[in-house]
Design a binder for this molecule. Structure first.
Ligand code: NI
Ligand code: MN
Length: 231
């Protein structure tokens, strides 16, 4: 399994039988080395919440690739009005089984409004995703502050956790390091930093703060491959 970080909160997941992207903020994301048209095939798009830096290019990507979009019910309702049809609505705490494994929506402490042509539309509650793909568990926290709920993820035996570390809108590095202690993933990959000045962070400081997992720092465009022998 190959996990490519595309800057901000964008994660592209690839296996032989599965292609998915989380929070596809591509255009307008100065950190992202890819554009929507670079994705010819996509099975799934996961959207953690309605903010523009996460909903991003979902509509364009889904129209071009026919990927199924998974998000909370309010965002799915909005996307249906934008002309999308291959949609899966779910909500916090809910889990559904799929051809590739399962998707569970986890809580996040944040907002989820959708900015539609300058007007803020209700986007339900923000979340994160626990994905099991071909037996490997990945957690993408979305945008969130530190929460005790993260302790509930320890039992999920998460292989790779993507956690926001940039502060201001989400956990900063110190809080994210505490989160790692709750979640206990094997590997943690910091996201949601350096895109804007207000979320500048040095991931090497995060690396030094984390005691409970291996920290993998990826540059935008760089991938982490889960070694076959460690699965
Ligand atoms: Ni947000
Ligand atoms: Mn964000």
């Amino acid at each position: 399994m190959k996990l490519t970080y595309l800057g901000h909160a964008v994660v592209y997941i690839e296996t032989q039988g599965f292609k998915g992207i989380i929070d596809p903020f591509l255009r307008g994301n100065g950190m992202c080395p890819r554009l929507p048209e670079d994705f010819k095939e996509l099975d799934y798009i996961f959207v953690t919440h309605g903010h523009a830096d996460h909903l991003g290019d979902t509509v364009e990507l889904a129209k071009a690739t026919s990927a199924r979009v998974v998000a909370n019910a309010e965002i799915i309702d909005y996307l249906r009005k934008q002309g999308l049809e291959n949609l899966h609505a779910m909500h916090i705490g809910g889990k559904f089984k799929t051809d590739f494994g399962f998707v569970k929506m986890t809580p996040a402490l944040h907002g989820s409004g959708i900015n539609h042509r300058g007007e803020m539309i209700y986007g339900g509650n923000p979340g994160g995703f626990l994905l099991e793909i071909e037996g490997i568990r990945i957690y993408h926290a979305g945008d969130t502050g530190l929460t005790l709920d993260m302790k509930l993820l320890e039992k999920e035996k998460i292989h790779v956790a993507f956690l926001p570390v940039g502060g201001n809108y989400t956990m900063d590095m110190a809080d994210a390091a505490i989160g790692v202690g709750f979640i206990k993933p094997r590997v943690v990959i910091p996201i949601h930093y350096d895109t804007f000045e207000v979320i500048a962070a040095n991931p090497e400081i995060f690396r030094a703060l984390v005691k409970d997992a291996r920290v993998v720092v990826l540059d935008p465009g760089e991938a982490y491959e889960i070694p076959q022998e460690s699965i």
